[in-house]
Design a binder for this molecule. Structure first.
Ligand code: ADP
Ligand code: MG
Ligand code: MG
Length: 247
């Protein structure tokens, strides 16, 4: 089955063409990571796939054009963790993760026992039990990233979009968060579409990498076929070195 189908996606923001004809296919259960230099359009691509930007007919999720999905339906299909999600002041971990149940709660503000149960399961799975009543703003970067993931998981969506999930973390927590995402993917049969700026870890968990440059896909394939000196030298302005065999 195909989870994400993007065909000839064009996105123009403030009259500036940002994505100019992007094609992308992600199979159900696959992990695809989009890499590329700053400003390539990685975040814009993820926002279009998540329905946070109008993408016209170009984006199809599990066989349904995204624009045919109502917001609550869409939220049951795809969950996004933004690069730096806003952290509401004074909000506890429990309340924040409960926000992930919004697509299921009607009327809003009246969560069911099933919603709370789902949230408690997710908190337990992500080792966040002890943080339940803590104010989100007081957590460390790694703990906070687990809470952002918890909220996305509480949504019960099968497609997870992660925009630079490790960029705010030190190297130890980067591995921990990626390993956790990979475990969750296997346990729940999730599909993962991520972006990553840091090339030293981009290839570790991804089945395939997509290299985006100036709004276009310039390479795609298994990590060792994309993380080549030649491709990276051509598409990254700065000096980039990869050590072959490390990925
Ligand atoms: P990346 O995530 O690869 O760094 P982005 O998708 O964030 O790239 O941005 C791609 C380009 O689009 C950048 O040049 C950025 O300045 C521009 N851009 C992003 N958002 C907007 C916007 N709302 N209006 C105009 N330009 C934007
Ligand atoms: Mg950027
Ligand atoms: Mg970005």
């Amino acid at each position: 089955a195909v989870a994400v189908e993007v065909r000839d996606l064009h996105v123009t923001l403030d009259r500036v063409p940002i994505l100019t004809g992007v094609d992308l296919t992600v199979a159900a259960g696959e992990w695809v990571t989009v890499i590329g230099p700053n400003g390539a359009g990685k975040s814009t691509l993820l926002r279009a796939v998540g329905g946070l930007l109008p993408a016209g007919p170009a984006v199809t999720l599990f066989g349904t054009p995204i624009r045919a999905l109502k917001p609550r339906q869409r939220a049951r299909v795809v969950a996004t963790v933004a690069q730096s999600p806003a952290v509401p002041a004074g909000m506890s971990v429990l309340d924040y993760v409960l926000l992930g149940r919004t697509p299921y709660i009607a009327p809003l503000g009246r969560e069911s026992a099933a919603d709370l149960g789902a949230v408690h399961d997710v908190l337990a799975r992500l080792d966040l039990d002890a943080f339940r009543s803590r104010e989100l703003a007081t957590l460390s970067g790694g703990e906070r990233q687990r809470v952002f993931l918890a909220r996305a998981l509480a949504q019960g969506a099968t497609l997870l979009l992660l925009d630079e999930p490790t960029s705010a973390l030190d190297i130890g927590h980067q591995q921990e968060v990626l390993e956790l995402v990979d475990q969750l993917r296997r346990e729940h049969g999730l599909t993962v579409l991520a972006t990553m700026h840091d090339l030293s870890i981009a290839g570790e968990y991804a089945d395939r990498l997509v290299l985006l440059d100036a709004g276009r896909v310039v390479a795609a394939g298994p990590p060792d076929e994309v993380l080549t000196e030649e491709l990276l030298a051509r598409h990254y302005r700065a000096n980039v070195r990869v050590v072959p065999g490390e990925h």
